[in-house]
Write a protein that binds this ligand. Sequence first.
Ligand code: AHM
Ligand code: MG
Length: 335
Amino acid sequence: MPPKISLTRYLVEQQRVDGLIPEQLRLLLEVVARACKSISQAVNKGALGGVLGTANTENVQGEIQKKLDIIANEVLIEANEWGGHLAAMASEEMDTIYVVPNRYPQGEYLLLFDPLDGSSNIDVNVSIGTIFSVLKKPEGDAGVQEKDFLQAGARQVAAGYCVYGPQTTLVLTVGDGVAMFTLDREQGSFVLTQEDVRIPEDTKEFAINMSNMRHWDAPVKRYVEECLQGTEGPRGKDFNMRWIASMVADVHRILTRGGIFMYPWDKREPDKPGKLRLMYEANPMSWLIEQAGGAATNGRQRILDIQPGKLHERVSVILGSKNEVKRVTSYHAKL
Ligand code: AHM
Ligand code: MG
């Protein structure tokens, strides 16, 4: 049997052999992975660890926080603040950016995360995950400010997620394809289990919260109605549907066997572009999807090209198998 490749070895080789990542970025990714291991432990304990239930606080988006949302946020901050590779962090669970305290050296990277995505699934023992995105701090600025984070997704230098499901799996890109690592709990390390992940260009599986159908815009309605007509409709084939309500789990399925995921703009909150957040949900996921040969748009524009106007900006998300995403995008152009 070939030797197991740990995440540490994979990253060292990306740095040394391929020169793809500088040492500071390698260290940063190791620390994020270590934090994910801790979060995985807390998630696994569930009721035994007293970590389930709500914390009775609200985040900046007006959502009630779960205890584990706050725990995961703290784990990520504590793990990352002292290493010297970061200048600041931003999170779904924090109103403003978290600048690395003066007592620690400041690095050149910015880390963004959704510490625990799929919060509604925490208490019901369904897969949840951590999503992260790494940017470089723009050169020249002495301090670090929120505006330094406002960079298009195309400028990410690393992105990934860790899904806490039947297995804990870390999925990563540094711009050289997508690699998956499974947590070996006996060894305490992430082991490479799939490299060069590819998403099939066609699919017969879609993921969308159908209960919102009456609120959608015409192009999304048209696409889903055509899928529902199956062999009798214009698509000439039957479709299957999945909706886990954890973007990490839905995206993980798409990276594994293809499909299309949509959380589009809808009429419930017409002033907001969508539910999901651009900088720490849509951008990292879109980069992973593109790196695996898929596509990601908001219906009109490639997500990675969107210039963010604010940290917690929302966006309409359509991502997955290339030909299906193209089709939905073309419906937006026509209507
Ligand atoms: P969260 O970050 O507060 O958990 O919200 C994001 C989640 C996504 O993971 C998921 O795709 C979506 O919200 C589900 O929303 P809904 O409950 O409206 O179907
Ligand atoms: Mg989220």
